[in-house]
Ligand binder design. Structure first.
Ligand code: GDP
Ligand code: IMO
Ligand code: MG
Length: 430
């Protein structure tokens, strides 16, 4: 019996939410460990769509505990909105079902303002962030001036910390970034009001997880973003400000590496990316449009149109190595239906040489030309398939080749957004 980590292997939006919701059935605790409400994880249960930005995607299963780890940056306003909107849908969200780590850093209004103002100043060279204040909040954490959930328990300390921070942020906003200053009082009042709501949820998440593991419970760690948005290993600087790779589950939830047993990498059957940055297999033609439309590729957080391209196994293999993947969960295979020929990128050509790694430099990356293998497509709709034998032979070949090139077996194949639209191949908790 083990614990499972779910990781995005590409540039985010691989379908982690759907897979976590599905796997949560077999878990006891579901834990987010990095990122913030830049994430948008979509769950479709009995035809009803729910998007989780902060609350772990196991929340729709009654009696499963969801935890927000110390590595997550939490916008309290968004968290409260999410609690309220889930409650409106009839989900039980008492503090017995949801915990917020006392050590999680809080996103403040000045983080959002800085995020937006920095992007505006960058103009053409902007990253295309979600504008949610994620980067500036992590900056303050590392600069040791951040405000943590714990600070909501001590209201006088909270006010003083906000005051000191705001002085510096207002200087930056007005003198350097051409933006408006923010006022102290409304921020303090809003955070005091929100403290009253959130304090019952605050706990020591690491200790909770430890107690659960000692009690024989199974933990599902839910990654956000994707491996190639990783601050260290992604396409820097076009990345997010946290580590979405599996190793971060330890630091971001407060568990040792011996507690991570199965690492499931979520792979979309093609590739998408929101925001700017390198994307070697991007398709700027009608095939790209076909994937975008059939896959309904619009951001679950910002509503932006996602860039689409062929499956890039150089990137996926990079994720296999960086995360120590023990299985692949393939999503959105149904979206490929109707394409005459499918392509998989198996290497890059860089200045006439064939390479099988993702270069760290943007200039090198921009010169990488994908080397493709071609596969015949299929015409049949496959969303009804629940067994591999129900897939067209061509789809089976496509999947086999992916397993062969990555050297990692598939744990599931998703053929539609619904929880039940899945071919389950192994139980990752065993
Ligand atoms: P996440 O951020 O990794 O959780 O992914 P998102 O929720 O942002 O984006 C994935 C989108 O694809 C969502 O709209 C899902 O409902 C949808 N989805 C997930 N799996 C499948 C699938 O197998 N087929 C189809 N057609 N849609 C899927
Ligand atoms: P999920 O968990 C896709 C991208 C943004 C931008 C870059 C930096 O739903 O897969 P940030 O606001 O994090 O500073 O933006 O990262 N990005 C995502 N792209 N899915 C996500 O999350 C993302 N979270 C951030 O578009 O390019
Ligand atoms: Mg998403």
């Amino acid at each position: 019996m083990g614990n499972v980590v779910v990781i995005g292997t590409q540039w985010g939006d691989e379908g982690k939410g759907k897979v976590v919701d599905l796997m949560a059935e077999k878990a006891d605790l579901i834990v987010r460990f990095q990122g913030g409400n830049n994430a948008g994880h979509t769950l479709v249960v009995k035809g009803i769509k729910t998007i989780c930005h902060l609350i772990p995607s196991g929340i729709l299963h009654d009696a499963k505990k969801c935890l927000i780890g110390n590595g997550v940056v939490v916008d309290p306003e968004v968290l409260i909105q999410e609690i309220d909107s889930l409650r409106d849908k009839g989900v039980d969200l008492n503090p017995g079902r949801l915990s917020l780590s006392e050590k999680a850093h809080l996103i403040m209004p000045y983080h959002r303002a800085l995020d937006v103002a920095r992007e505006a100043v960058k103009g053409q060279s902007k990253i295309g962030t979600t504008g949610r204040g994620i980067g500036p909040c992590y900056e303050d954490k590392v600069a040791r001036i951040g405000i943590r959930a714990l600070d909501l328990l001590e209201t006088d300390v909270l006010e003083e910390k906000i005051r000191i921070n705001l002085e510096e942020k207002n200087f930056l906003l007005t003198r350097f970034l051409n933006a408006e200053a923010l006022e102290l009082r409304p921020i303090v009042d809003a955070y005091l009001d929100m403290a009253a709501i959130l304090v019952p949820y605050i706990s020591d998440v690491s200790v909770e997880i430890d107690a659960a593991i000692r009690g024989g419970k199974k933990i599902l760690f839910e990654g956000a973003q994707g491996t190639h948005l990783d601050i260290d290993h992604g396409t820097y600087p076009y990345v997010t400000s946290s580590n979405p790779i599996s190793g971060a589950a330890c630091a971001g939830a407060g568990v040792g590496p011996d507690k991570l047993h199965h690492i499931a990498g979520i792979v979309k059957a093609y590739t998408t990316r929101v925001g700017a940055g390198p994307f070697p297999t991007e398709l700027l033609d009608e095939t790209g449009d076909y994937l975008q439309q059939r896959g309904a590729e619009f951001g679950a957080t910002t509503g932006r149109r996602r860039r689409c391209g062929w499956l890039d196994l150089v990137a996926v293999n990079n994720a296999v190595r960086l995360n120590g993947l023990t299985s692949l969960a393939m999503t959105k295979l149904d979206v490929l239906t109707g394409l005459k020929t499918l392509k998989i990128c198996v290497a890059y050509e860089l200045d006439g040489k064939r390479i099988s790694y993702v270069p760290a430099g943007l200039k090198e990356m921009s010169r990488c030309v994908p080397v493709y293998e071609d596969f015949p497509g299929w015409k049949e709709e496959i969303s009804g398939a629940r067994e591999m034998s129900e897939l067209p032979a061509a789809a089976g070949e496509y999947l086999k080749r992916i397993e062969k090139i990555t050297g990692v077996s598939l744990s599931l194949v998703s053929v539609g957004p619904g929880r039940e639209q899945t071919i389950e191949l192994m139980d990752p908790f065993r």
